[in-house]
Unconditional design. Structure first.
Lengths: 239, 305
């Protein structure tokens, strides 16, 4: 079934949480290879928890995660990264006390030394601003530049799947467009994207989306379908 | 006066090495390692025991004993970390638990030292050593000269490891943001093991150099614990080169300062022996640095170079 639909990522009834408290309950989603899939939902719904569980930062308490046909349960974040999963958290997405280039070196941590220069040139082509500011301390970057650096850092290992947690959070409208354009560009290059979208613009770049509420996946639809859903629009995008 | 400064630099070198061990644990594992005091003594005793076993080879035996002791203390500190602190990390325990565990371990290690080696002081090479005369009344013993050189070599080596190697960068990343470092592929346990091994190496070295220039005794770590604490804070959030600079300041404050203050006290016939109050001078330095340069004496920190 999964092969027929060309599914790259599948979570089956995943339950996860922090300490003794579960935040996510029986969450099942599927992401097709080459698509942009979105996760939407109110604050505290469990969107970040789902992404953390897929990236390996958090272990699921129940359920399984399958990526490219391989079960991820029990694998470390490094093993998942080597399989092709790149993760960009919502907050603290860069190393603020390191220079731009050292952040990119951290992105290439698992790469052999000789491949670093090649990958560096590729991300500089995509984000020329990072080349200009390569020796600047990342903590001095603006919000948009930080997001670019975070995406570039994740791209250093050429991931097959990019997990983006609210990439436009806190950015001014012009930067929101710039960041989303970059995400679309990556998609065109063949990278599958799973994005937590907290606004209409971010949702609109996706093809399909999942609505998570109170830790449960309550709705799956195309983006057009989600955008026509009055309840979704009222609850999450202010009408 | 030159002699006082040299004594201060020698003592400061030892303090700086102990402080580096503390800084690594503080910045990467996020707790102050109070156990540094008995660990430092244990490192000195390990080397003393090893030296007793080895035949006399004109000083080479001490080098071998020191290397074995550094590795042994690194392993002991790593084992203690895995057994006591890793479960706390895994459970996300509050930091007070780390401090309490560190205190408990402090008393346990101290008791083990008393039990095995007893309270009597020990020496690597008993008897007075001949000093090398220099200008301005400077007299340096070979042990002191060795201490000065070793501290600089170790600090420079650590600096290059930290900022020029992949693992060093991984440690810096973990110190800043453990979650982001792990999604970049840094294995947290590799970082913790490297941290405690490095802390073990430098702490043992501090103990050995202290034993070589002064003497080996169970409470040797206690005597410089406050100096180490002052050095960690004044070094600039663990800046590696800054810690050495802060160590020199602590050493000079204690050795030079105490001798300098002793002169007017003797002149006025005040019956006070300043050598008993050296630690107070470290504390005074601490207050001065905190007031005028709360960011530490060095430009940059452990994370920023």
């Amino acid at each position: 079934m999964a092969k027929e639909e060309n599914i790259i990522l599948e979570t089956n009834k995943v339950t996860a949480g922090y300490g003794g408290v579960d935040v996510l309950f029986d969450a099942s989603i599927r992401v097709k290879k080459g698509e942009i899939a979105a996760i939407i939902g109110p604050n505290g719904a469990g969107k970040t928890t789902l992404l953390r569980t897929i990236s390996g930062v958090l272990s699921p308490r129940k359920g399984e995660i399958i990526f490219k046909g391989e079960r991820l349960n029990g694998k470390t974040p490094r093993e998942r990264l080597e399989l092709g999963i790149g993760y960009i958290p919502q907050e603290d997405k860069i190393f603020p006390k390191m220079s731009c280039i050292d952040n990119l070196r951290m992105g290439a941590y698992t790469l052999p030394k000789e491949k670093f220069s090649e990958m560096l040139e590729r991300v500089y082509q995509l984000f020329p601003i990072l080349k200009e500011r390569r020796n600047q301390i990342a903590g001095q970057f603006s919000g948009g530049q930080r997001q670019m650096l975070a995406i570039a850092r994740a791209l250093m290992v050429e991931p097959d799947l990019l997990l983006l947690d609210e990439p436009t959070s806190g950015l001014q409208p012009s930067l929101v467009k710039e960041v989303l354009d970059k995400v679309k560009e990556l998609h065109k290059q063949g990278i599958t994207v799973l994005i937590v979208a907290q606004n209409r613009e971010a949702l609109e770049i996706a093809e399909r989306g999942y609505l998570i509420r109170a830790g449960q996946v309550v709705l799956e639809d195309t983006v057009e379908g989600l955008l026509k859903n009055d309840q979704v629009m009222q609850l999450y995008f202010g009408g | 006066m030159g002699g006082w400064i040299v004594s201060g630099l020698v003592y400061g070198s030892i303090v700086a090495l102990g402080a580096l061990g503390c800084s690594y644990v503080l910045l990467i594992q996020r707790y102050f390692n109070f156990t540094v005091a008995p660990w430092l003594a244990l490192g000195a005793y390990f080397a003393w025991t090893m030296k007793q076993i080895l035949p006399q080879w004109g000083g080479v035996e001490l080098v071998i004993a020191a290397i074995v002791s550094m590795v042994a203390l690194g392993i002991a500190m790593t084992a203690a970390d895995k057994a006591l602190f890793k479960p706390l990390r895994d459970r996300g325990a509050p930091f007070m638990f780390f401090y309490l565990t560190s205190f408990g371990l402090l008393f346990a290690v101290r008791s083990i030292i008393w039990l095995i080696w007893g309270p009597q002081p020990k020496y690597y090479y008993p008897g007075a050593s001949v000093g090398i005369k220099g200008p301005w009344g400077i007299m340096v013993t070979p042990a002191e000269l060795l201490t000065l050189i070793v501290a600089v070599v170790v600090v420079v080596a650590l600096y290059f490891f930290q900022y020029r190697t992949k693992l060093g960068r991984g440690m810096l990343a973990t110190a800043q943001n453990p979650m982001l470092a792990s999604v970049c592929g840094v294995e947290p346990e590799t970082v913790h093991t490297t941290t405690t091994m490095i802390a073990g190496f430098v702490t043992a070295l501090a103990g050995i150099l202290y034993g070589l220039t002064i003497q080996i005794r169970p409470l040797m770590g206690w005597f410089i614990l406050l100096g180490i604490f002052v050095c960690v804070v004044c070094g600039g959030e663990g800046a590696i080169l800054g810690t050495l600079a802060a160590g020199y300041l602590v050493g000079i404050a204690e050795e030079f300062g105490s001798n300098l203050i002793q002169i007017p006290l003797n002149f006025w016939g005040v019956p006070v022996e300043m050598s008993a109050y050296k630690v107070a001078l470290s504390c005074a330095l601490f207050l001065v640095v905190i007031y005028f340069r709360p960011q530490g004496v060095w430009k940059g920190t452990f994370l920023e170079r």
